[in-house]
Write a protein that binds this ligand. Structure first.
Ligand code: FPP
Ligand code: MG
Length: 338
């Protein structure tokens, strides 16, 4: 874990492709009148563009610099943005990236419709690509993301959730898009004769990079869940303790709960579901009910194991600046604060 480069510095090898992707997105996100005002407000909370960068990096890492890859990355970013706008409605989260979320700035109707519009724009943009591979892969990803979110909602307050089930949900709602980004970067050729049939599973480097993306994405979500318990609001740019408020029992809490005594388990359940004294918040009550330290340590260890696996895969790639960046991204996820 030696690199101390910022994320922007790390992404230098794909800056031209990211610039192209931003230009495509800007063109997609132009509207007039009140709709325009709402669409343009999204620019405030454009994020790290990590998933888009991974399309371009995975491509470069295997010698694929197809001119349509920035457009594939833009489709992916639009889907990602749509999921965030909807996610904040579902989670009742009023802050993201240190600015009010869309429904907090406008209202829920706007957030739902804006999310739908972003998703439709992604769909439309994908129809302008020469091959249907990106549409095929990403429409499947979107289905998995929605299924993951539904399963998560159905399993709120499940303190006995097996770790595999927690990981399957995190894998679907978060890691899927990282996996798809890496698969598409490696596989997209704008020509089914070179890509293999769109519905066929990835093979070779595309499969290896898909797995790399899945492991990085899963580690990202585990760290996100840790930050929700121990992060600082200004640093993470979101409210902390939202998962406890929303009844999401994440890996650190699952671990603590599994080895807690009966009375401590009852206190944990009470922190999530009991009535609250005026002015109290559930995370504070949870912290008073148990020592979250061992759970946080365990979850970070699991994220580290996933990233070690991802690093092994990345090290197997042919030498290139893009390979070095993929390695640094895996290291960055582990030390990320937001
Ligand atoms: C973040 O989890 C989860 C997502 C960003 C996925 C959300 C997906 C949906 C709401 C389905 C909508 C799908 C489409 C295709 C529009 P989190 O809440 O743990 O992370 P957070 O702390 O960043 O909010
Ligand atoms: Mg959320």
């Amino acid at each position: 874990m030696s690199s101390t480069l910022t994320l922007a510095e790390m992404l230098a090898p794909v800056q031209p492709g990211l610039e192209r992707m931003r230009a495509i997105l800007a063109a997609e996100l132009t509207e007039s009148g009140p709709v325009g005002e709402r669409v343009e407000s999204l620019a405030r909370f454009r994020g790290k563009e990590l998933r888009a960068a991974m399309v371009l990096l995975a491509g470069q890492a295997v010698g694929n610099e197809h001119p349509e890859l920035p457009q594939v990355a833009a489709v992916l970013e639009l889907i990602h943005l749509a999921t965030l706008v909807h996610d904040d409605v579902l989670d009742g989260a009023d802050l993201r990236r240190n600015v009010p979320s869309v429904h907090a700035q406008w209202d829920e109707q706007t957030a739902i419709l804006l999310g739908d519009m972003l998703y439709s724009r992604a769909f439309h943009l994908s129809t302008r690509l020469r091959s249907v591979l990106a549409a095929q892969v990403l429409s499947k990803s979107a289905q998995r993301i929605c299924a993951g979110e539904m399963e998560q909602a159905a399993l709120r307050y499940r303190f006995d959730l097996p770790q595999e089930r927690y990981e399957a949900i995190a894998g679907a709602k978060t890691a899927e898009l990282y996996a798809a980004a890496c698969e598409l970067g490696a596989r997209y050729q704008g020509d089914p004769a070179l890509e293999g049939p769109p519905a066929s599973p990835p093979v070779g480097w595309a499969l290896e990079l898909r797995e790399f993306g899945r492991e990085v994405g899963l580690a990202f979500q585990i760290i996100d869940d840790v930050l929700d318990l121990e992060g600082q609001e200004e640093q993470v740019g979101k409210r902390v303790g939202n998962d406890v408020e929303d009844g999401k029992v994440t890996l650190p809490v699952l671990h603590v709960y599994a080895s807690a005594s009966g009375p401590v388990q009852a206190a944990i359940r009470e922190a999530y579901q009991g009535s609250l004294p005026a002015g109290a918040n559930r995370l504070e009550v949870l912290r008073a009910a148990c020592d979250l330290g061992p759970g946080i340590h365990y979850a970070k260890g699991r994220a580290q194991d996933l990233l070690q696996n991802a690093l092994r895969r990345a090290h197997g790639l042919p030498d290139s600046a893009a390979k070095n960046t993929l390695v640094r991204i895996a290291e960055y996820i582990l030390r990320r604060q937001r």
